[in-house]
Design a protein around this ligand. Structure first.
Ligand code: ZN
Length: 403
């Protein structure tokens, strides 16, 4: 059974239900109750679809107490997710019937800032190498790409204005597809099925998708905050990503926190990202330290030094946590999430950032928005490479773009 054939073509209501179940099981094996919740279908419809899929050898079931565990039968084809950052790229891959912990991953010290000709080639080669590790008869079956930019839900392309390092004409998913096809042609890979079309989305959106599938299934409103070089948020509401009319939903990094602050790449001024973006934190420390002391080599170095008692690094990280918390607290007053997950490189600082962040959320949000007895939690992300994992899920589940 080939993964790509399993995902192709669904006609009629019954076929669509079958397809929904297949896609839910591809993302994660689960019991029938969980499938009812994730697919949004009735329990009778799910039972009928599962029985039919089992008769056709597509899923396998196993009694689990009063419930039934449903998992995909072994399939051929590798699902790959790519998280393209500014300076580095993470690639994850697994066979669709494997679990998340069985993923293989690669981290490349190449990113969007390295320039398109460079990153596209390096990422395509790494994807090919990762897929070849699975051996025959497996081939690349699905591919998702996460980028730190807004993506229009209407077109699946960059929402304007296109910000550096990309240009107006940039289509990173198409560039990656062409490079993969060139590599395949050069290797003489004729006679095999054509390569899948990569699907593209914003990195924070995909982080939210991964968190909702793997860590917080069943939470109605999930806010995932990715605080790295850029700061962004993904919203998963009522079983699907909430992207906004033009893909701007969740642009937390461009919430204004200081009307007289620094100008921002987005054309705004005093955006949160200009204060607490990873590069900006390190630059600000450099301004303070000047040439007197060796400045921090990057955010990871700053976090290491804070942990060993460096007063400036500790203070800057605590303040960054506070600023982030104020912004999240304001969002909590508007969307009232059940769970806030903080990921990205700033979250690597753990309680140094998360502690002040929680305090600031409580100082900003209405009491009913954060009280623990309502089940509200603020947590550090536990899904390693959440945006890359979300990109992998995007490839498996397909997009919900409108056209
Ligand atoms: Zn901005």
């Amino acid at each position: 059974m080939r993964l790509r054939e399993l995902l192709s073509g669904a006609r009629g209501a019954k076929q669509e239900n079958r397809q929904k179940i297949i896609r839910a099981v591809l993302s994660r094996a689960g019991n029938q109750t969980d499938l009812v919740r994730r697919s949004g279908m009735s329990s009778a419809t799910v039972s009928e679809a599962v029985r039919e899929l089992e008769r056709n050898g597509i899923v396998r079931t196993e009694k689990q107490g009063r419930d039934t565990l449903v998992r995909l039968a072994p399939v051929e084809g590798v699902a790959v997710g790519v998280e393209l950052g500014y300076q580095k790229t993470v690639i994850v891959g697994r066979l669709a019937h494997q679990e998340r912990h069985e993923c293989v991953s690669r981290t490349l010290q190449v990113g969007a800032s390295s320039g398109e000709t460079h990153w596209v080639r390096a990422v395509a080669v790494a994807v090919q190498e990762l897929v070849s590790e699975f051996g025959e008869p497996h081939d690349l079956a699905t591919l998702g790409l996460a980028v730190p930019r807004m993506i229009s839900p209407r077109t699946g392309r960059f929402a304007p204005p296109t910000l550096p390092p990309w240009e107006k004409e940039s289509v990173p998913d198409v560039s990656l597809a062409e490079e993969l096809a060139d590599l395949r042609a050069a290797a003489g890979g004729g006679g095999r099925p054509s390569l899948p079309r990569p699907l593209l989305d914003n990195d924070a959106n995909l982080g939210a998708l991964a968190e909702s599938v793997y860590a917080h299934s069943g939470r109605e409103i999930l806010l995932y905050v990715k605080a790295s070089t850029g700061v962004g948020a993904g919203l998963f509401v009522g079983g699907r990503l909430f992207r906004g009319a033009n893909g701007v939903a969740g642009e937390l990094g461009h919430v204004m926190v200081d009307p007289n602050g620094r100008f921002c790449l987005c054309g705004g001024r005093g955006c949160l990202e200009t204060l607490i973006g990873a590069d900006r934190l390190v630059d600000r420390a450099r301004l303070v330290l000047g040439d007197k002391i060796t400045a921090y080599r990057g955010l990871a170095d700053m976090i290491d030094k804070a942990r060993t008692g460096d007063a400036l690094a500790g203070r800057m990280l605590r303040e960054a946590g506070t600023q982030l918390g104020y912004a999240i607290g304001n969002v909590c007053n508007i969307i009232n999430p059940n769970v806030v997950v903080v990921g990205g490189s700033l979250a690597q600082a753990g309680s140094l950032v998360l502690g002040p962040c929680r305090d600031a959320i409580e100082a900003t949000a209405m009491t009913a928005a954060y009280e623990a007895d309502t089940g509200f939690v603020v947590e550090a992300s536990t899904v390693e490479h959440a945006s890359a994992q979300g990109a992998l899920l995007l490839g498996l589940e397909g997009t919900t773009y409108r056209d």
